[in-house]
Structures are given as structure tokens and as C-alpha cells.
Write a protein that binds this ligand. Structure first.
Ligand code: MG
Length: 479
């Protein structure tokens, strides 16, 4: 019976009969049969090892830990790219960012002087849910274009409140006097929020500049709570809550500063966790907990070159900006009492699958005029099935650096996080069994040419069909 609830909703007479039959056969304690409210919470640069429930020894995240225990904790969950803009494009569109042009060989993300953003032709997860009658809000970091045509309000969201790009942009401090960009950050613990002239926007208007980043995490939480309180009872809601933190520069409110054993980075993560606890408490107060699904993950791995100010990928290798596991495998928690089957999930999933899964859940067909890259995770989330996903692509810019097929990952090219680090093309790809060796320490390529052969054929098939989107990450002064 439960599977029926999560199939695409049929229309007309059949739907009436189905709902009638469900109400006749439904038992007390069964979940609400309306489509659930959906909240996707996206952290920025939070690593695989940065939550208590994922093994961090001193960062305390009791709310996320509890949700992971009551819901599902995924251990093989991936993002679409190892840096902000393309990762967010993947989540929003359910497509590899190389298809939408939200990657570039020259620029890794959008900047305040960027000309474009997410192309109008792209369909977002918010467009999908809106067409199913959802009220939609984007709260937090967008980073898919800060000019009006590209803002959330032109991409399926009824409402936007947030900093439209990264919190380290629009620097107005004297970087030269500080010894350069890297030194500016690494030499200080807790930065001056006025050094970053980032705008805070409500819908399409700038309402504060520079945004006070000390209070930004709390204000994002409270905006999400207000949206929930002010909802129309007849409308389900979708909230995309994309925190700007713990991306550097780190900021916490007074209440949290100096409270974590992990230092400022821990203060920041613990404030995000506390906010999630407040949202959960509100859902319970309002009687919505049984009919809401929350997903928590992060856009990419920890920014390791920032040392103590960056997070941790735990036992995974390297971090943000790379196609090692630490760059693209993230904590992912699904919570939905009565809907999400509790457990630890080791199946493969990606942020692109959220588009496919939620579209199916609310009965809206995916676009059929373009390649889509998501799979429907419903069999794992709501039933006792397995994930249909067997493959993960690791792109850097518009180049495929690595691929995972089942347990095995082959690296064709490897490179460090940002600038300066050598790019190595591997004539014989590096090959790791990620189930046996999640830290990518033991190359087994020589012993298993037959696995490499099989992987090469998957890559050849993928590349023969791939049409790259036109580069959207160009600057204002470029053609
Ligand atoms: Mg990021």
C-alpha cells in the first residue's frame, strides 16, 4: 500500500477512486496522505566528517544526529561538482552541470562580475514542485546568478531571502596589506563582516549591504520558520534552505561564539544544527512533522587549504575543489517520520536524484526533451528496495576526471584543490574499490585490468552521447 502513495499522482476519476480506496483502507497512525512538505537544507563546504553522527569527535550536532537515527543516514551520497556553482546547478536541475553550461574551463564558479547565471531553458526542482501546487521559498545562498533574470524568483521560487553568492566575495579590505587573499583568511580567526560587501536580498531587492554575517545563520533559520508559520493550510510547501556557512569567512552569533570545543568552525556548525532543531520543533508544534520530509546535505567537501578554518572530510581523501571522495561525497540525512524507513543506507545517491525523486513523489513528469541525470530513490526512502543508481561522474569544470561504477572508482586525471597544484593525467587510471577502501589508498589498477576495461566502456558510452552546454560562467567584460 505504501508504494502507491508515492507513485505519480493519477488524475481525474481514477485519482478519486484511489483516494477513496486509501481512505477506506487507511489505518490510524498512517502518514498523512497529502504530498509532504519538503525542506532541503544545504550547508556550504561542510565535510563528510563534520557532524557528530558522521564521526566528528568534538562538533556537537544533536539535532541532525537524532534525525539521522530516526530517518536515514546515507554514506555514499554525492554532489554534482566539488565547488559551489555547478554543485547547486546539479541539485536545482537534476542534471550534470556540464549539460547546462554551469561549468567552465576558466572559471570554477560565478562571481559578482559574472554576466550570466542558470540558463532560462533549465527547469528547476522548484519549477517542478510549484507546478504541483507547492508554495516555494529559497532562503540563503543561491550562486546561480545574482542578476534579476537568474534569481530564485525567476527560477520557480515564490520567495527569496539571502546572499546571492559566496560570503567571501566583494572583499573591500586591503588584501595587499594583509599579505594576499590566503593570508588574509588564514591569519585571522573570525573576520570582520564589513570586509565583505556582500548584498542581502529579499526577492529582487537588496535590503542590507554589507550583510551582517554574524547573524545570518540565525536569520535564515527564522525566515524558514516564518515561511512555515505563514503558510496556507491548503498548500504544501517547499523550502530550499541553503546556508552560506561554514564556508569561510566563518561567523557565528554571540550566543554561539566560543561555545564549541572545535573552535569557531564548530560554533558555526553547531549554530546551523541548533537552527534545524528549532525548525523541527516548529513542525511538531504546528502538527506538520508527520507530513514533512527534510533532507540535509552540503554542496561540496571541506576547503582544506584554509587549515583550521576549513572542515573535515573524515576518512575520505582530500576535499573541496577536487574529484577525490572528500570533494564530492557528503553527509546526507533524510528525515520524515512515518514515511522515511529508518536505517543507514550504503546505496549510491546524488543531489540530482532529489529532482527525480520529488518530481515522481508529487506526480510531475520530468522534462523529456533533454537528458536527465537523476534516479528515483523512492524504493530506498519509502520501501525496502535498493537504489537504481550505479554510476557517479566526477567532473572538474567540463572535463570528466573520474567515475564510480558500483564499488569501483577510476581516476583518469587528478589535481589538488585550487591553483598551483599539478594536474596529473593517468595513462593507466588509478583504480580503487571504495567499499573496501573509502580513503582511496590502495590502487588496484594493475591487478584488475578487466574492471578498468568495463569502466572505460561506460565512459565511452557517456561521452559519445554528451552534449556540453554553452559556458555560462563568463565575466561582464568577456564576449
Ligand atoms: Mg561550497
Amino acid at each position: 500500500m505504501q508504494h502507491l502513495l508515492f507513485s505519480p499522482l493519477p488524475t481525474g476519476l481514477f485519482a478519486t477512486l484511489l483516494l477513496l480506496s486509501l481512505s477506506l483502507h487507511g489505518q490510524a497512525g498512517e502518514p498523512d496522505q497529502r504530498p509532504p512538505n519538503i525542506i532541503v537544507i544545504f550547508a556550504d563546504d561542510l565535510g563528510y566528517g563534520d557532524l557528530g553522527v558522521y564521526g566528528h569527535p568534538t562538533i556537537r550536532t544533536p539535532h541532525l544526529d537524532r534525525m539521522a537515527t530516526e530517518g536515514q543516514k546515507w554514506t555514499n551520497f554525492y554532489v554534482g561538482a566539488s565547488v559551489c556553482t555547478p554543485s547547486r546547478a546539479a541539485l536545482m536541475t537534476g542534471r550534470l552541470p556540464v549539460r547546462s553550461g554551469m561549468v567552465s574551463p576558466r572559471r570554477r564558479v560565478l562571481y559578482p562580475n559574472s554576466r550570466y547565471g542558470l540558463p532560462e531553458a533549465e527547469v528547476t526542482i522548484a519549477d517542478q514542485l510549484k507546478s504541483a501546487g507547492y508554495a516555494t521559498a529559497c532562503i540563503g545562498k543561491w550562486h546561480l546568478g545574482h542578476k534579476e533574470p537568474y534569481l530564485p524568483t525567476n527560477n520557480g521560487f515564490d520567495y527569496y531571502f539571502g546572499i546571492p553568492y559566496s560570503n567571501d566575495m566583494d572583499i573591500v579590505a586591503d588584501l595587499e596589506a594583509a599579505g594576499g587573499y590566503w593570508n588574509f583568511f588564514t591569519s585571522r580567526d573570525g573576520a570582520d563582516t564589513k570586509s565583505y560587501n556582500v548584498p542581502l536580498m529579499r526577492n529582487t531587492e537588496i535590503v542590507e549591504r554589507p550583510a551582517d554575517q554574524h547573524t545570518i545563520t540565525r536569520r535564515y533559520t527564522e525566515e524558514a520558520m516564518d515561511f512555515i508559520r505563514e503558510r496556507d493550510d491548503d498548500e504544501p510547501f517547499f523550502i530550499y534552505l541553503a546556508h552560506n556557512l561554514p564556508h569561510i569567512p566563518l561567523f557565528a552569533s554571540e550566543e554561539f561564539t566560543g561555545t564549541s570545543e572545535r573552535g569557531l568552525y564548530g560554533d558555526v556548525v553547531e549554530e546551523i544544527d541548533a537552527g534545524i532543531g528549532r525548525i523541527r520543533a516548529l513542525l511538531e508544534e504546528e502538527g506538520l512533522a508527520e507530513n514533512t520530509v527534510i533532507v540535509f546535505t552540503s554542496d561540496n567537501g571541506p576547503w582544506l587549504p584554509f587549515g583550521i578554518q576549513g572542515g573535515s572530510a573524515g576518512l575520505l581523501r582530500n576535499g573541496k575543489g577536487t574529484t577525490w571522495e572528500g570533494g564530492m561525497r557528503e553527509p546526507c540525512i533524510f528525515w520524515g517520520p512515518g514515511r522515511i524507513r529508518p536505517g543507514v543506507v550504503t546505496d549510491l545517491g546524488t543531489t540530482m536524484d532529489l529532482f527525480t525523486t520529488f518530481s515522481a513523489l508529487v506526480g510531475v513528469a520530468e522534462p523529456d526533451d533533454r537528458p536527465m541525470d537523476g534516479v528515483d530513490l523512492a524504493p530506498v526512502l519509502f520501501g525496502d528496495g535498493t537504489s537504481p543508481r550505479n554510476t557517479v561522474y566526477y567532473y572538474r569544470g567540463d572535463e570528466l576526471y573520474a567515475i564510480r561504477v558500483g564499488d569501483y572508482k577510476a581516476h583518469f586525471i587528478t589535481q589538488g584543490a585550487y591553483g598551483g597544484e599539478e594536474r596529473t593525467v593517468h595513462d593507466t587510471p588509478l583504480l580503487y574499490n571504495l567499499s573496501m577502501d573509502p580513503s582511496e589508498r590502495h590502487d588496484i589498477a594493475e591487478a584488475h585490468p578487466e574492471i578498468l576495461e568495463r569502466i572505460r566502456s561506460v565512459v565511452a558510452d557517456h561521452q559519445s552521447k554528451l552534449v556540453k552546454g554553452k559556458d555560462q560562467l563568463i565575466d561582464l567584460d568577456e564576449g
